[in-house]
Design a protein around this ligand. Structure first.
Ligand code: NAG
Ligand code: NAG
Ligand code: NAG
Ligand code: FE2
Length: 428
């Protein structure tokens, strides 16, 4: 009798476990970095790792590498002949321990019309590429991703981003997971080129992008700064680690979690000045991105300086500016908080989102705090990416799409309203 009781109890437990398996998705183990080689059609003078980023209101920077030196010139136009305009830019390069990079070319083109396809070709190469400029008014669709890396999961996440289409990609740090192996930065550039050469990619730094090694390489962000020049000068910043830009009624601020942010720092002063310049009539939406999350209910990465100290110093400034959304990464999972200020739900605070789940090779931490804090509304330890579709001055649709065994599954979707149109929050 006792034995039968124990057996049926075990049976009951196994049924309950089965239920868990059926109703919640369990992320498979991570996959290794892949290497994306130069294509067979390309040689040492061919542009590779081609990408574009927005510069100012109506210009784009085209960036590419070659193995041999080639001119930093671009021909572009509205037709596939790409020959209506010429632009000339600059060549840079870097070295890192025993690695010497090929020339990196940066050429700014424009002024350009909004929401328009441009054709372009680089140097003396005849191959024609194209990009679409972002719209100048709502609606606009952002793809949002973090801790991207370069694995087979990264590949399918990129496909889930590119298939439905988007206007601009925002990356919240930790790009290539090269982790000092510089050839992996090249490989990453080639992996993302089909997307990044067609839509602007705007990025900020993560811990894996620092690549400083005691005694051997004393500078931080050497590869990142040369390979991923962002429009910092155009936003009055003196560092590639923090900048802002405006697109279609959205003011976006990119900060550096691993760059000085104390009240005497350049970043702090620049942020203060940039927030003062925001005009919510022109840009009703205000979004801030940085790598290490201020709110996080995973047991991993609790108490890190870049999270705890940065929050202590900057949270007031973002709250008073009525920032709508704060997007971070670093935790290899998805988590969405309600509007928060100083640990408590607050209808005038930003919505905090962690999106460190792009698909990199690192493992994840399976432990979430239990029970969840009451400000955490959704969390899942899977791969995936987000989209932010800003419909108009007041409404935006946030969606999280899980990478479900390499297939896209929409898992959370909610409407956000801008604080700029919330009269209860504007009187501060
Ligand atoms: C652009 O430069 C190319 C190569 O130097 C030249 O052949 C062409 O006429 C120029 N086009 C324009 C529009 O200036
Ligand atoms: C930096 O920005 C200033 C002010 O907008 C401009 O005058 C200067 O030419 C820019 N420098 C570079 C290198 O783009
Ligand atoms: C803004 O978009 C939302 C969602 O589509 C819609 O309900 C609302 O009426 C729109 N507002 C205006 C002023 O068009
Ligand atoms: Fe990270």
């Amino acid at each position: 009798m006792r034995v039968r009781g124990i057996i049926s109890l075990l049976f009951l437990i196994s049924v309950l476990l089965e239920f868990n398996v059926v109703y919640s998705y369990t992320r498979p183990p991570p996959r290794k970095n892949i290497f994306t080689p130069l294509s067979d059609d390309d040689d040492a003078s061919s542009p590779q790792q081609v990408r574009v980023s927005q510069v100012g209101k109506d210009r784009m920077r085209i960036s590419w590498f070659t193995i041999y030196p080639t001119p930093a010139t671009v021909q572009y136009g509205l037709t596939p002949s790409a020959n209506s305009f010429n632009a000339t830019g600059v060549i840079d390069s870097y070295h890192y321990m025993f690695y010497y990079s090929g020339p990196v070319h940066n050429v700014i083109v424009g002024p350009l019309k909004p929401n328009t396809v441009y054709y372009y070709r680089m140097g003396d190469c005849t191959k024609v590429y194209n990009f679409k400029t972002p719209p100048s008014h709502f609606p606009i669709k952002f793809a949002v991703v973090g801790d991207l890396g370069q694995t087979e999961y990264t590949k399918t996440t990129l496909q889930h981003i590119s298939d439905p289409g988007y206007d601009m990609l925002l990356l919240a740090g930790d790009l290539s997971y090269a982790d000092t192996i510089q050839e992996q930065w090249e490989s990453f550039g080639r992996l993302i080129e089909p997307l990044a050469s067609q839509r602007p990619w705007m990025v900020t730094t993560g811990d894996h992008d620092i690549e400083k090694i005691t005694f051997f390489h004393r500078r931080s962000f050497t590869a990142y700064n040369t390979r991923w020049l962002m429009p910092f000068n155009e936003s009055g910043s003196n560092s590639n680690q923090y900048y802002s830009f405006e697109v279609a009624g959205v003011h976006i601020i990119m900060l550096g979690s691993y760059t000085d942010f104390d009240s005497n720092s350049n970043q702090y002063k620049w942020l203060q000045g940039d927030l003062n310049k925001v005009d919510r009539k022109n840009t009703p939406w205000l979004v801030v991105m940085f790598h290490a999350p201020w709110y996080n209910s995973n047991t991993l990465h609790q108490g890190e300086y870049a999270s705890v100290e940065m929050k202590a110093i900057l949270e007031d400034m973002l709250y008073k500016a009525r920032v709508d959304i704060v997007i971070s990464a670093h935790i290899h999972a998805y988590e969405r908080f309600t509007r928060v200020y100083k640990e408590k739900a607050n209808k005038c605070g930003p919505v905090y989102i962690t999106i460190g789940d792009g698909g990199n090779r690192d493992d994840f931490n399976p432990y979430f705090m239990d029970p969840p804090p009451d400000i955490s509304f959704f969390r899942e330890r899977s791969f995936g990416h987000g989209t932010l579709e800003v419909t108009n001055a007041t409404h935006a649709l946030w969606t999280w799409i899980r990478n479900h065994d390499d297939k896209p599954v929409t898992t959370e979707s909610l409407w956000l309203t801008s604080l700029s149109s919330d009269s209860a929050c504007n009187g501060n």
